[in-house]
Design a binder for this molecule. Structure first.
Ligand code: F6R
Length: 240
């Protein structure tokens, strides 16, 4: 595990974007695993700038996102497809046909999850997976559990995640209760993993995930065993 400590969020976003840009330059048709949430917003902003001002070329890049809320479609402004379009895809020269997010509108969880894993496999797996960290140690929507779940699966969000995500919705009742999430298998098979974490509210999760035992009760802790994992975190997130 490699740790890049930054002084603030702006530097964190630049450093993470540099790692992703280097991957795109090295392998123009790479498969990027992408995350939503507030942590990578600055990273996507910097990638947009690199595309606009420095000609970073996304034309052959393929992408797979970690997760999507069950029940939401791509035009719903709370969906993760909508987030990706508005934060990145609509602003860079990526071919939308090459961008993949689980289909939250597919009520057949088994079929949706199996098709998502088959699609990742057909792309040749993930070259670089970008992650955020949940306050309870989740990655994607792999919540604390008795076991690490390997394939893409449908998950019931925990109360803690529903509370953490309600800031994006008008009312807590509006937060979807289920999500489709990539499992620990595809994340751990990614050739490179980069996580962005900022702020004092994540310090305890960082401590438990990376300075404690590997356990499915703290899903991110499995990344301690990944051969190429880089944590990009600001001083506040590393405070403990
Ligand atoms: C998002 C995702 C989640 C978030 C995590 C942190 O696609 O998979 O695991 O990365 O919940 O969210 P923020 O960055 O909003 O604190």
């Amino acid at each position: 595990m490699k740790i890049i400590q930054t002084k603030d969020y702006a530097e964190l976003s630049r450093r993470a974007a540099e790692l992703i840009a280097a991957q795109v330059r090295e392998k123009p048709d790479c498969v990027l695993g992408l995350a939503t949430g507030s942590s990578p917003v600055g990273t996507y902003e910097e990638l947009r700038r690199l595309c606009r001002e420095e000609g970073l070329d996304f034309s052959r890049v393929r992408s797979v996102n970690l997760d999507e809320y069950v029940g939401l479609g791509g035009t719903d402004d709370q969906s993760y497809r909508y987030f990706m379009d508005s934060n990145l895809f609509d602003h860079v020269n990526i071919d939308k046909a090459n961008t993949h997010v689980p289909n939250g509108r597919n009520p057949d969880a088994e079929a949706e999850c199996a098709a998502y894993d088959a699609m990742i496999e057909a792309l040749g797996g993930i070259d670089l997976q970008l992650l955020g960290l949940g306050p309870n140690g989740h990655i994607g929507f792999n919540e604390p559990d008795e076991v690490f779940t390997l394939p893409t699966h449908r998950v019931a969000l925990t109360e803690s995640t529903i509370r953490a995500n309600k800031r994006f919705f008008e009312r807590e009742e509006d937060v979807p209760r289920f999500a489709y999430t990539m499992g620990i298998g595809a994340i751990m098979r990614a050739r490179r993993v980069v996580m962005v974490v900022n702020g004092p509210k994540k310090a305890e999760a960082v401590r438990r995930a990376f300075f404690g035992p590997v356990t499915p009760q703290v899903p991110a802790s499995i990344l301690q065993l990944h051969p190429d994992f880089t944590l990009v975190a600001d001083a506040a997130a590393l405070g403990l």
